[in-house]
Ligand binder design. Structure first.
Ligand code: KIV
Length: 277
């Protein structure tokens, strides 16, 4: 996917959209060569890359640094940069500065959690030419207000209110909407009534697309296995095995071998290894 228009055409054609998070250049390079449609440089970077226990410590500078690295690794993928905690609650002018930072770093769109109380910011950014992806349901930046990372919109009133918020985001001009940790029936209803694609995470199969945190789908943390994650790799085990293989080879003096070793030039000038990798 290269432009926002392709989100609309995918939805119209009933073609599911795939999105993964990414925060660095080396994994972006792998995603660049994959069939995954687009990349979210989420504020989950604060947890996945920096080891915090919530996304609250993320800053515009942190996200912009990750966006720039991802853009260098994945020059042709559609990249969305996340607005961090409270970046959209300090007025339209401040939001414009943050959007400018993320887009100059290489994002083609930004994502903002919630909508109530910052409708003007979302509308103002759209009007200024910034493609905005909404995010409803479990909005992790509100973790302390929600009392934990919990499924949202489980009762009828909360589901109605989520539906209203989705309509507001659509009216404000958002090009798509992430639905996180909501009952499948609620996500299905939003998807059926919204005129924009929905991208679900823990929202069942009826959304216009799915997003997963890259490290979750690769099984990098073997202690994290929530219901909504499908692991496509036991990354933790594979990486652990590789590291132990290296350590054991070093300890057993099996690494480096002859073919991994440089030698001084022979007197006839031949045999100098180049510094090529
Ligand atoms: O920050 C993030 O990774 C996200 C996704 C979980 C949707 O917002």
């Amino acid at each position: 996917m290269k432009t926002v228009r392709e989100f609309a055409t995918a939805r119209a054609a009933g073609r599911p959209i795939s999105m993964v998070t990414c925060y660095d250049a080396w994994s972006a390079r792998i995603i660049e060569r994959s069939q995954v449609d687009c990349i979210l440089v989420g504020d989950s970077a604060a947890m996945v890359m920096h080891g915090y226990d919530s996304t609250i410590p993320a800053t515009p500078e942190m996200i912009a640094t990750h966006v720039a690295a991802v853009r260098r690794g994945a020059p042709t993928k559609f990249v969305i940069g996340d607005f961090p905690f409270l970046a959209h609650r300090q007025g339209t002018a401040h939001a414009a500065v943050v959007a400018d930072q993320l887009m100059k770093a290489g994002a083609q769109a930004i994502k903002i959690e919630g909508v109530r109380g910052h409708e003007e910011v979302v509308g103002g950014l759209v009007e200024a030419g910034v493609p905005v992806m909404g995010h409803l349901g479990l909005t992790p930046q509100s973790v302390h207000q929600l009392g934990g990372f919990r499924v949202q919109a489980r009762d009828a009133a909360a589901a109605r209110s989520l539906l209203e918020d989705a309509r507001t985001l659509e009216r404000l001009g958002c090009f798509s909407l992430v639905l996180e940790a909501v009952p499948s029936a609620v996500a299905e209803k939003v998807t059926a009534t919204a005129g924009i694609p929905t991208i679900g995470i823990g929202a069942g199969p009826e959304t216009s697309g799915q997003v997963l945190v890259l490290h979750d789908l690769l099984g990098i943390d073997d202690t994290f296995q929530p219901r909504f994650v499908r692991r496509y790799l036991e990354g933790h085990e594979l990486i652990q095995r590789a590291l132990n293989g290296f350590a054991e080879d070093v300890q057993g003096r099996r690494f480096p071998a002859e073919e991994e070793t440089y030698h001084a030039a022979r007197p006839n000038g031949r045999g100098v290894a180049s510094a090529a990798r």
